[in-house]
Design a protein around this ligand. Structure first.
Ligand code: S3P
Length: 450
C-alpha cells in the first residue's frame, strides 16, 4: 500500500461517551459495510490473480488491519475513494518483512493465518491486549494437521509465528460452529494437496463460501445433521472480480435497537445484508413483538439485502433457541440491552462463545445491566434478563474492556433508560463502526463526549 494509510484511526483521546434519555429518534440511515465481507474481499483479492475492485468496504480499524496485512504479503492495495478499493494480487503471498499486527481483529488474524499457511513462508502475528488473550488454537490445530507448524505461547495465544507450505488435505469436523475456523481451513485448503472437506455442526455465516464462488472456486455442499459438509477440490485458482459489500446487520442492529427502546421512534436502515446466516437477531426481535419491517428486498453482489425499519413499541421477553446462536452471535450484547426494556424474561443460552469474543461479553453485559438496575442472571453459557416493561434505571458508568459492541450496546441502553449511561474507551467503536456516534446523533440521539 502506498503512502499513509487512508483509513484514519478514530480519535481515541475521548475519555468517555455518555448517552442520555432521548426524545423520539427518526430518519433514514445507511449501515456501514459488512465487516466479515470486507475482510474477505481484501483477502481473496490478494490471493487472486488479476484485479479485484471493492465498493462499500467498511473503512474501520479492523478492516484497515487486513488491508495493511495484504499489502505486507505483496498485494497492491489501493484506496480509490470512499469505500472503493482496488487490489491487485499476484496469485500468491510473499513473506512479509515485519510482524503482522491485527490489532483488535479476530477475523483478520484467524483468516489470514489460513491464507498464509498455504505458502512456504514464516510469518509472525500479534494483536492488541484483547486479541492476545483470545484462543488461536482452534485455527492452529487444523492448520497443524494439514502440515503447518507454529511456535508461540502455551494454548496458542498471540504473539506466535506460523510456518506454512506443503500442506496436505484434511477432512475436518469443526468442534464449534465458527465461521472463522471454517474459513481458515478452506483458505488454507486452496493450497493443500488433495483439497479439504470441512464439516460444520451448525450453519455459520457463509461469506467465504459465497465469495470463493464469485472468485471462480467451486465448492460442493452436502447437508449433514444441522450443518453441512463443504468440499473444496484441489488445484483451483482465484480470479479477481468485483465485490459490492452490503451494509452490516451487526452494525445496523444498533440504530434499529435504539428505535425499539426510545418512545415514539421510527428509524430505517438501508441496504442491510439479510443473509439467512446473519439475521437471527431480527427473527428474535420479531418474536419479542418488535415492529420491524423489511422492504425493498433485492440481491446485491450475490447476497440478499433490504431496508429495515424499526418502530418503538411494547416488547415481551422470549427464550432464544440456542441453535440460533451462530446467526446472531455478535448481537447478544445489544439483545441483552433491548431485553432490559421488554416485559418478562429473555433467556439466552448456548452462547458460551460470547466469553471468547473481544471481551467476555456475558460477564461484561451482566455486570453492566446489573449496574444499570436491570435484573440479570449470568450462567456459564448463558444469560437471563428480566425486564419489567418499563425503562430501566440506567445511571451506570460501564467498563467496556475495549469492546466496541459492549460500548454501543450500553449507549443504546442509555438512550432509553431513565438516567444517562456512560461508557469508557469509546475510541474502540471505530474497530467496526467509525460513524456510529455521528449516525446516532443525526437520528436525534443525545450521545456526548464527557
Ligand atoms: C466472524 C465470525 C464470528 C463473529 C465475528 C466475525 C467472521 O466469529 O463473531 O465477529 O467474519 O467469520 P466465530 O466464527 O469465531 O464465531
Amino acid at each position: 500500500m502506498d503512502g499513509p494509510h487512508p483509513i484514519s484511526s478514530h480519535p481515541t483521546g475521548l475519555a468517555r461517551l455518555s448517552a442520555a434519555r432521548s426524545g423520539p429518534l427518526s430518519g433514514i440511515a445507511r449501515a456501514p459495510g459488512d465487516k466479515s465481507i470486507s475482510h474477505r474481499s481484501l483477502m481473496l483479492g490478494a490471493l487472486a490473480s488479476g484485479t479485484t475492485t471493492v465498493e462499500g468496504l467498511l473503512e474501520s480499524d479492523d478492516v484497515a488491519r487486513t488491508a495493511a496485512a495484504m499489502a505486507a504479503f505483496g498485494a497492491l492495495v489501493e484506496h480509490q475513494g470512499p469505500g472503493r478499493w482496488r487490489i491487485k494480487g499476484n496469485g500468491g503471498f510473499r513473506e512479509p518483512s515485519d510482524v503482522i499486527d491485527c490489532g483488535n481483529a479476530g477475523t483478520a488474524v484467524r483468516l489470514i493465518m489460513g491464507c498464509a499457511a498455504g505458502f512456504p513462508l514464516t510469518v509472525s502475528f500479534t494483536g492488541d491486549q484483547s486479541l492476545r488473550g483470545r484462543p488461536m488454537g482452534r485455527v492452529l490445530e487444523p492448520l497443524a494437521r494439514m502440515g503447518a507448524t507454529w511456535l508461540g505461547r502455551d494454548g496458542g495465544r498471540l504473539p506466535l509465528t506460523l510456518k506454512g507450505g506443503n500442506l496436505r488435505g484434511i477432512e475436518y469436523r469443526l468442534p464449534v460452529a465458527s465461521a472463522q475456523v471454517k474459513s481458515a481451513v478452506l483458505l488454507a485448503g486452496l493450497h493443500a494437496e488433495g483439497g479439504v472437506t470441512v464439516i460444520e455442526p451448525a450453519l455459520s455465516r457463509d461469506h467465504t463460501e459465497r465469495m470463493l464462488s464469485a472468485f471462480g472456486v467451486s465448492l460442493r455442499f452436502t447437508p449433514e445433521g444441522h450443518g453441512r459438509r463443504i468440499a473444496l477440490a484441489p488445484g483451483q485458482k482465484l480470479t479477481g472480480t468485483h465485490v459490492a459489500v452490503p451494509g452490516d446487520p451487526s452494525s445496523a442492529a444498533f440504530p434499529l435497537a435504539a428505535a425499539l427502546v426510545v418512545s415514539g421512534s421510527q428509524v430505517m436502515v438501508e441496504n442491510v445484508l439479510l443473509n439467512p446466516s446473519r439475521i437471527g437477531l431480527f427473527e428474535t426481535l420479531k418474536e419479542m413483538g418488535a415492529d420491524l419491517t423489511i422492504s425493498n428486498r433485492r440481491d446485491a453482489g450475490g447476497e440478499p439485502v433490504g431496508d429495515v425499519t424499526a418502530r418503538f413499541g411494547a416488547l415481551k421477553g422470549v427464550e432464544v433457541p440456542p441453535e440460533r446462536a451462530p446467526s446472531m452471535i455478535d448481537e447478544y450484547p445489544v439483545l441483552a440491552a433491548i431485553a432490559a426494556f421488554a416485559e418478562g424474561k429473555t433467556v439466552m443460552r448456548g452462547i458460551g462463545e460470547m466469553r471468547v469474543k473481544e471481551s467476555d461479553r456475558i460477564a461484561l453485559m451482566a455486570r453492566a445491566l446489573t449496574d444499570n438496575g436491570v435484573d440479570v442472571e449470568e450462567e456459564p453459557e448463558g444469560m437471563i434478563v428480566r425486564g419489567t416493561g418499563v425503562p430501566p434505571r440506567g445511571g451506570a458508568s460501564v467498563t467496556t474492556h475495549g469492546d466496541h459492541r459492549i460500548a454501543m450496546s450500553n449507549l443504546i441502553l442509555g438512550l432509553g433508560a431513565e438516567q444517562s449511561v456512560t461508557v469508557d474507551e469509546p475510541g474502540m467503536i471505530a474497530t467496526s463502526f467509525p460513524s456510529f456516534v455521528e449516525m446516532m446523533r443525526r437520528l436525534g440521539a443525545p450521545i456526548w463526549d464527557i
